[in-house]
Design a protein around this ligand. Structure first.
Ligand code: G6P
Length: 371
């Protein structure tokens, strides 16, 4: 067992640290940055891509948050209406020509019952379906029209970590593929996005190299009453994922909010005993979020910020805006994804401090095969 964990105390920590390698596998051979194109080995003919009227993403849990991240990107770079639905809530509505709706199932295991049943509903109604999964030979692969593999390698820890990163990276490649095929994504913007994808493994490594600092911060705040994660745009799904990770393995009360929603309710819960973890990177409207940071600071809450950096690697907002500043290397639209690695490490070390059974949290399963 110890050997399988390669010296780490838990599979989850091993898998957090495997992310640079997993991401290299995810993108290996798939990017032509000079041409601004990707090859994800998916059979979506150009005429079909051109005819797509809507993309609907269905997924559960962490995969749903990867889908939300991708949907933000798809809408901004591909110019196709994209919706994301929790699979157990999904109803297909594809208009006059259902085939023109591409339904994308995001599922690490390929076996989640809610996601399979959502895909079956879409297929029966005549939609085209595509799976984004980690698992060759899984049920979702057999039941969808096309599949793209995220190539993250096996994930044992119940709390998904490296598969989230590889899902978002793969979906970014899919967005570039669709955007280029439709002509809606410019060559320059495609290159920029692909450059961000290419930088991911090293950027994630730079965050992992700061684990000692994150452990210190986790120990300092481990006994708080609750934890709130906030972000805007691409930072919002990361806020939701950060809170999910923490509650799953530490059993603490954690919630993710769109930063702008704080004032519409959650602010009533904010005290000196509720740290707020804020996304302040590119792609997450850092300057607007900073206003929300000030609102919670005025109520005494400590703020832990994952902050974008300038060319020198210094955090870009200047000193003193947050209580703890964790620098995120420059990676454009993927900075919130890189910042998420801080939230993974934070969740891990809070849970570890409390002696929780991190790889097997109570009441949860790696793959849920009942609806
Ligand atoms: C379970 C796992 C989660 C996972 C979700 C979806 O709830 O505990 O970590 O995100 O299922 O799993 P999938 O395999 O479909 O991505």
């Amino acid at each position: 067992d110890a050997a399988e964990k390669s010296g780490y105390d838990h599979y989850m920590l091993k898998e957090i640290h495997e992310q640079p390698r997993a991401l290299r596998q995810t993108i290996s051979g798939r990017i032509d940055a000079d041409a601004g194109t990707v090859d994800i080995d998916v059979d979506l003919p150009a005429e079909y891509v051109d005819s797509i009227e809507e993309i609907q993403v269905v997924a559960c849990g962490t995969s749903n948050y990867a889908g939300r991240y991708a949907a933000e990107l798809l809408e901004s770079v591909v110019d196709v209406r994209t919706t994301v639905e929790v699979a157990s809530e999904y109803e297909f509505d594809g208009g006059r020509d259902p085939w023109r709706t591409l339904v994308v199932a995001v599922t690490q295991s390929g076996e989640t019952a809610d996601t399979l049943s959502a895909i079956r509903r879409a297929k029966r109604a005549g939609a085209r379906t595509l799976a984004v999964t980690n698992t060759l030979g899984s049920t979702i692969v057999r039941e969808t029209d096309d599949s793209v593999f995220i190539r993250a390698g096996p994930e044992i820890g119940v709390a998904a970590t490296k598969t989230f990163a590889s899902q978002v990276a793969t979906l970014t490649l899919l967005a570039v593929h669709v955007g280029r095929a439709r002509g809606s994504l410019s060559y320059g913007r495609a290159r920029e996005l692909l450059e961000s994808v290419r930088k991911l493994p090293n950027a994630v490594q730079a965050v992992l190299d700061r684990e000692d600092r994150v452990r210190e911060v986790a120990r300092e705040y481990a006994d708080s009453d609750a934890f709130f994660f906030v972000g805007r745009k691409l930072g919002y799904p990361v806020a939701l994922e950060g809170a999910l990770k923490l509650k799953e393995i530490s059993y603490d009360h954690a919630e993710g909010f769109a930063a702008g929603e704080l004032k519409h309710g959650p602010l009533a819960l904010v005290t000196e005993e509720t740290p707020v973890l804020a996304l302040l990177t590119d792609g997450s409207r850092p300057h607007e979020t900073l206003n929300n940071v000030k609102e919670v600071q005025a109520r005494g809450a400590p703020v832990i910020g994952a902050t974008g950096t300038d060319g020198d690697g210094e955090t870009s907002l200047g000193d003193g805006y947050v209580d703890v500043d964790l620098p995120v290397p420059e990676t454009g639209a993927l900075e919130p994804l890189v910042a998420n690695v801080y939230w993974q490490l934070f969740a891990y070390h809070v849970a570890d401090e409390k002696g929780r059974p991190i790889d097997r949290p109570r009441n949860l399963a790696k793959s849920v095969t009942v609806e």
